[in-house]
Design a protein around this ligand. Sequence first.
Ligand code: TMP
Ligand code: MG
Length: 297
Amino acid sequence: VLAIWHQLTKAEIPELAKCSVLMRDRSRVEDTIGAMQRAGAGRLQVISDFDMTLTRFAHNGKRVPTTHNILGHRLLIDEDCSKKIRELLNTYYPIEIDAGRTAEDKLPLMVEWWTQVHELLIQQRIRKDLLAQAVKESSAMLREGYKVFFDRLTEQQVPLLIFSAGVGDVLEEVIRQNNVFHPNVHIISNYMDFDQTGVLRAFKGQLIHTFNKREGALSHASGLRVLQGRPNVLLLGDSLGDLTMADGVSEHQNILTIGFLNDQMDERKELYVKSFDVVLVKDETMEVPNAILKCIT
Ligand code: TMP
Ligand code: MG
């Protein structure tokens, strides 16, 4: 009887057997997916990070730009500023992903990084009307299988909350140009504040960086009406800070977390397996999230 019960409750997903998939507790993952499946699409919400989670980490051996890096386009900022932003990236990104430092340790340094970059961008008086062209000419790229992911969530009327420490205006343009900015997509991010002539003068609201997403979740996400009554959460991220994106979900029942391990694999594997339910090692596709979604909805 127990064996039959198991078959009934466990989700069978062949994609989870790929060698790039690591799980601390496979049985728990299957049980959670099974529970989410029984509850159905009407009880589900998806919360995802953007840069290096919905977008690719690299393509043909070259890094794919993040929303901040797309702003490095010569149309928007001068060469000197672009160089400074790259130098900041080279200084702070290794800190962001350093497995040997705690999130508390990193937090003030991330504030430093984001604040300096935002100040540089503001000094450049970026023009709103050039953003679309900069995105078009960039090598921004969503993960393979992104269309299936976005389209399925729309068909099933499952809200997708994109929670990004990147730049909201750029993020929107990337998904718009890929034809997946559907009505079920909601975004929490750093948005630019333009003056009447369309020139960047500030960033709106509280700064979001990689390690304060919990605050954003509590102050913004928890208030989103479309997410209410959906206690099951599929969470996607590439940073340990992304794990707090669901902290605003009240009365959650089942949360399944998927972590893309893009970089520093050997150093971070253990930590990622401990922290995320499913870890995808050097996987540039949405194959596994799509298979899980297909099973749930
Ligand atoms: P995310 O929350 O959508 O992943 O966006 C945050 C990422 O942006 C984070 O991993 C670091 C990256 N980033 C840059 O690439 N360049 C920058 O100048 C800054 C401030 C962040
Ligand atoms: Mg990210």
